[in-house]
Design a protein around this ligand. Structure first.
Ligand code: 7RM
Length: 648
């Protein structure tokens, strides 16, 4: 795909029709919100919290800041599940579709807010009957079925802290998360459907639980019907529990700062970090972004194609849309099954108005040709969203022209697992778009691009993206590791949140996020650390040492490329290469499977023994090495590594 920028310098102002109906209408309206939040943050957020959320007990004050720990809406009590369900039931939303779900085989369900409330209450009663209560931790390891949302909301209803583990993670990765969290309950399914095959989940749970003695129960949803093994006394069927559950389950009021969930994400070490989010601030900002960024209206049909196992699924399938009372489309499978028009067919079928997906998916679909979207009526669409990585101009242009027919604004949303909600994105009825830029920050978000001393860099210069002031939906801690939390996010520059991203800000104040400055890779919008893959590789008996770098990839953005030195022995590199790719998939998950394994007698190192990943990155990017190599211990290694490229 050529990426000459056909859109360089172009600006797309919102159409008058869009402005006329927008929740935030016109640049002056955006500016007024932004200025007010900047000048009087506590009044701003306090007022929104009071008017946009339902409280069991009002908060005493808005904000406490004991760097790096913040508290929002202190003294208040509320419940996230109540906010996503109960509060919609006494008005016209009671019989509105909350979830329109389609399974990959084509089975469908429409679940109203009243029905979703009933399902959540019944499942919460099932968990309660087993003795689980506020403060306990539950793992959710499920396919993309409505019950995944039900499980999250049932936990939230009881104050149980959930941690959703993406179904693509392996038993090993699942085990590590269960152990780190001290979870006592695992909610799962027999499996799910993906590319016309069953992806089994329960066997991975069984394998993980061999080393998780603290887990007392698993609750298993029957989705595929593939009769998993059930361990007497430990494993319980969802439907069996449901038979004796009743419909009434009051939501437990919890403190504003009560943990809502922990979501594991990759950092710069081999150990994933459990990002902790709490209740009120998270809920407020995810709710607000539905209105500000997605311009949500009562009649919209909203679809976010993310998996529930990533933060996008948490914030923009479960909590944001349901708290805002949206109709949410949810799809189980991949965009290519049974054919490459599956998504476009779903948009036409359900008359989706707001569609949110990732650049990597867009690029994969571009490759299949315009005939797939062209065969469907996409005229219901009125807004498109993008998330996960910078959107390249070619993908932006196609998304805008072929999917949006030139009519739909594209909201390029920058945020992170840690930020909880979207922080930089256009308000589509106000902010003119520049393709590839997330444009301007949300109200209350003091984003800047700075140098290592925390000083703003001049317009267009590259620097570090930071946020100057805490915001309601921000990460509160790393589960069990407050030092790592303080270090990673607040330790680089005094009192400033460090995003780990490089960015530029142009003369109009628009942000252009360039990518990570740390060892975090972004493969198909999935966060993965080089260290995590390296640790997995060196656990293999044949591997002496490994260095992993990201390599640019046309579709997935980045791909995993591994340099491996072996212990003494006789190896067939072809066979071992395949085995190691499989090994990484087993240790982490299939999405982490390396694109490439290169064997070498040694790795380029500095005299102090540090692997020079920068040089390896250059090798995989350009296949030549420029730049400073004066600290390199063994120059010969480099040339040999580069030469490997030419081998078949
Ligand atoms: C939501 C999510 C976070 C990292 C982040 C960036 C990159 C995400 C954009 C983006 C440029 C975007 N959470 N990123 N969105 N870069 N433009 N619109 O992806 O925790 O999994 O990843 O993703 O590098 O730091 S995440």
């Amino acid at each position: 795909m050529s990426d000459q920028n056909p859109l360089a310098g172009s600006i797309f102002p919102p159409s008058p029709e869009f402005v006329a109906q927008a929740n935030v209408s016109g640049m002056a309206a955006y500016q007024a919100l932004y200025d007010e939040a900047a000048a009087r943050p506590e009044q701003f957020w306090g007022h929104l919290a009071e008017t946009e959320l339902a409280w069991q007990q009002k908060f005493d004050h808005v904000f406490e800041w004991a760097p790096p720990f913040s508290k929002w809406f202190v003294g208040g009590q509320l419940n996230a599940s109540y906010n996503c369900l109960d509060r919609h039931l006494d008005g016209p939303r009671a019989h509105k579709a909350a979830i329109i779900w389609e399974g990959e085989p084509g089975d469908t369900r429409t679940i109203t807010y009243t029905e979703l409330h009933r399902l959540v209450c019944r499942f919460a009663n099932s968990i309660k009957s087993l003795g689980y209560q506020t403060g306990d931790r539950a793992i959710i390891y499920m396919p993309m079925v409505p019950e995944a949302v039900v499980a999250m909301l049932a936990c939230a209803r009881l104050g149980i802290i959930h941690s959703v583990v993406f179904g693509g993670f392996s038993a090993e990765a699942l085990k590590a998360r269960i152990q780190d969290l001290g979870a006592t309950l695992v909610i799962t399914a027999d499996g799910g459907w993906r590319r016309a095959k069953e992806v089994k989940l329960k066997p991975a749970v069984d394998e993980a639980l061999l080393e998780c003695p603290e887990v007392k129960h698993t609750i298993v949803l029957r989705r595929t019907g593939s009769e998993p093994e059930m361990m007497e006394g430990r494993d319980l069927w969802w439907h069996t529990l449901d038979e004796t559950s009743h419909d009434d389950c009051p939501a437990v009021p919890v403190d504003s700062e009560h943990p809502l969930f922990v979501l594991y994400t990759s950092g710069t070490t081999g150990k994933p970090k459990g990002i902790l989010h709490t209740t009120a601030g998270y809920l407020l900002q995810t709710t607000m972004s539905m209105k500000w960024v997605f311009d949500l209206k009562e009649n919209d049909v909203y679809w976010c194609s993310a998996d529930i196992g990533w933060v996008t699924g948490h914030s923009y399938i479960t909590y944001g849309p349901l708290s805002a009372g949206a109709t949410n489309v949810m799809y189980e499978g991949t965009p290519d099954t049974p054919a490459f028009d599956r998504w476009w067919q779903l948009i036409a079928k359900y008359k989706v108005t707001l569609f949110y997906t990732s650049p990597t998916a867009i690029r994969a679909l571009i490759r299949q040709g315009d005939q797939w979207p062209d065969a469907h009526d996409l005229s219901s669409l009125r807004l498109l969203g993008s998330v996960g990585e910078p959107i390249n101009p070619a993908a932006w242009e196609w998304y805008h022209r072929v999917i949006g027919k030139g009519r739909c604004p594209i909201v390029d949303t920058w945020w992170q697992t840690e930020t909880g909600a979207i922080l930089i994105a256009p308000m589509p009825g106000a902010v003119p778009l520049k393709p590839g830029s997330g444009t301007l920050p949300m109200p209350g978000i003091l984003a800047e691009v700075v140098d290592l001393d925390g000083k703003p860099v001049p317009p267009d210069a590259e620097g570090y993206l930071i946020i100057r002031r805490p915001w309601p939906s921000m990460i509160r801690n790393i589960w069990g590791d407050p030092d790592r939390y303080a270090q990673t996010y607040w330790g680089r520059m005094e009192g400033v949140y460090f995003t780990g991203d490089a960015a530029r800000r142009d003369a109009d104040g628009y942000f252009w996020v360039l990518g990570r400055v740390d060892d975090v890779m972004n493969v198909s919008g999935h966060r993965l650390s080089t260290m995590e893959v390296e640790s997995a590789l060196v656990r293999h008996p044949a591997v002496a040492e490994a260095a992993v770098v990201a390599k640019p990839h046309e579709i997935t953005g980045q791909a995993v490329c591994c340099f491996v030195t072996l212990k003494k022995g006789d190896y067939n590199h072809d066979v071992l290469g395949k085995e190691l790719r499989q090994w990484v998939a087993h240790e982490i998950g299939a999405f982490a499977r390396p694109e490439e394994i290169r064997f070498s007698e040694a790795l380029p190192k500095t005299r102090s023994g540090k692997i020079m990943r920068r040089l390896l990155r250059e090798i995989v990017t350009s296949n030549t090495v420029a730049g400073d190599v004066t600290t390199l211990e063994d120059m010969g290694v480099l040339t040999r590594l580069a030469a490997q490229q030419d081998e078949p």
